[in-house]
Design a protein around this ligand. Structure first.
Ligand code: GLC
Length: 420
């Protein structure tokens, strides 16, 4: 009886070859619909005003990385030839004992004052040296002038009021001014995927796709097809893709989120939601499990955990010691959720690569940053399996970790903004 129920739950996370190919084909199709401004696309792409760097960019800049979990600020020195140094760095979690700066009770000023403080820490309170600042802002934002972009809507469960619809560098500049940093001028805002792509293109030739696979998931690419405004980078906001079959646990996670019906793909793949997904599936078996609280990285630990560790985990969550079947269920469920995530992300990469390079023969390299990609071994193996199931012979996708992508990319964007 229990075994049947376990098998039934696990089965809902299976994804077969045909479905993977279908996701890849729909991503390409929807991308091209969006490029021709057809409203039936599930993608709300953002045309950025950012080009790829030349590789010879030089100078010292402040780089700000405002992601979904952490805030980082740094002084980055670019010295051309793909070389750079992070001279000083400060960081702070958005949610910690010091406070949670992501909630609906946080004011816009409080959030930006907190960011300005982290920047101040990175430059040790220096209020004299003039700096240009590049701002990696990991949310959907549309360019509103050469140096600024407006937040369209929060994603990844951030709910701070008063920011949506506003130019984020203007808010940042006001906060810096409130703290006496008249010497810092924010001159560029870029998505984190764009920052990863800039960083990768600064250091390598032939890279056109950048991606983030951590708390959130998204990709961007530099257009090379003459039919579609070549040169500029396009932020795909692929987390919003919704032409994908969701199971009943995906629907539960979506229903509990701050933005139901949005970011469908992201809620199936990214670290912000994998813990919730695992909890929803486990709660189907143990209703009391809904009280437990854990995140995407816990899911990866459980997939690899041994029996004793799983017993401890259940015990800490106030559950009776699990029997062998339950232990194996927990391991399998966690592994399936991670594998499905990796396969969906890989399918989306295939769709983007097909758009860029056609589907007869190519060798694509994709620069990726983010904790799931970096730290979770099952993610890489799941992606490799999906690539082999989706791509025809002669087509190859290789992913690689782009170190310091958001900070290096922000410094590059600040440098390139000087010439605009
Ligand atoms: C979310 C944001 C997107 C960002 C991604 C990765 O999907 O909407 O802008 O790139 O998270 O951080």
């Amino acid at each position: 009886m229990a075994r049947n129920k376990f098998a039934e739950i696990i089965e809902t996370f299976e994804i077969d070859q045909d479905s993977l190919r279908e996701i890849a084909a729909s991503v390409r199709y929807d991308l091209e619909l969006a490029l021709s401004e057809n409203d039936s696309s599930s993608l709300q792409i953002i045309h950025t005003n950012q080009n790829l760097p030349q590789g010879n960019e030089c100078g010292k800049f402040i780089a700000l990385d405002f992601g979904g979990t952490n805030l980082r600020a740094a002084i980055v020195e670019l010295s051309g030839n793909g070389d750079y140094k992070i001279l000083r760095k400060a960081q702070s979690a958005l949610r910690s004992e010091k406070g949670d700066f992501t909630t609906a009770d946080t004011s816009c000023e409080a959030l930006f004052d907190f960011i300005a403080k982290v920047i101040g820490d990175a430059i040790e309170g220096d209020k004299n040296t003039p700096y240009l600042l590049g701002h990696t802002f990991s949310f959907p934002a549309s360019p509103c002038d050469e140096n600024d972009a407006e937040l369209k809507k929060w994603t990844k469960e951030i709910a701070v009021p008063g920011v949506e619809g506003k130019p984020v560098n203007e808010l940042l500049a006001a906060a810096l001014k409130r703290q006496g940093y008249d010497n810092i001028r924010p001159t560029a805002v870029l998505n984190d995927t764009v920052a990863v792509l800039l960083a990768a293109a600064y250091q390598n030739d032939g890279i056109h796709i950048g991606s983030i696979y951590g708390t959130g998931h998204n990709s961007c690419y530099a257009e090379i097809n003459s039919a579609f405004a070549p040169g500029k980078i396009i932020n795909l906001e692929i987390g919003n893709f919704y032409k994908i079959f969701i199971n009943k646990y995906d629907a539960i996670v979506d229903g509990h989120s701050t933005n139901p019906d949005e970011q469908r793909l992201e809620k199936m793949v990214s670290g912000c939601y994998l813990g919730e997904l695992f909890k929803a599936a486990l709660t189907d078996f143990y209703p009391g499990f809904s009280k437990a609280n854990f995140d995407g990285e816990d899911v990866s630990h459980l997939a690899l955990a041994n029996a004793a560790q799983i017993s401890l985990f259940m015990h800490q969550s106030d559950f009776p010691l699990p029997d062998d079947d339950t232990i194996s269920f927990i391991q399998t469920l966690a592994a399936k959720i991670l594998r499905r995530s990796a396969m969906i992300v890989a399918a989306s990469y295939c769709g983007i690569a097909w758009h860029l390079y056609g589907n007869s023969s190519f060798k694509a390299k994709i620069a990726v940053e983010g904790s799931l990609y970096e730290k979770v071994e099952q993610i890489k193996s799941g992606m490799a399996e999906a690539f082999s199931k989706i791509l025809d012979e002669g087509c190859q996708i290789e992913t690689f970790l782009q170190k310091d992508g958001p900070l290096l990319g922000a410094a590059l964007a600040a440098c390139m903004a000087q010439d605009k």
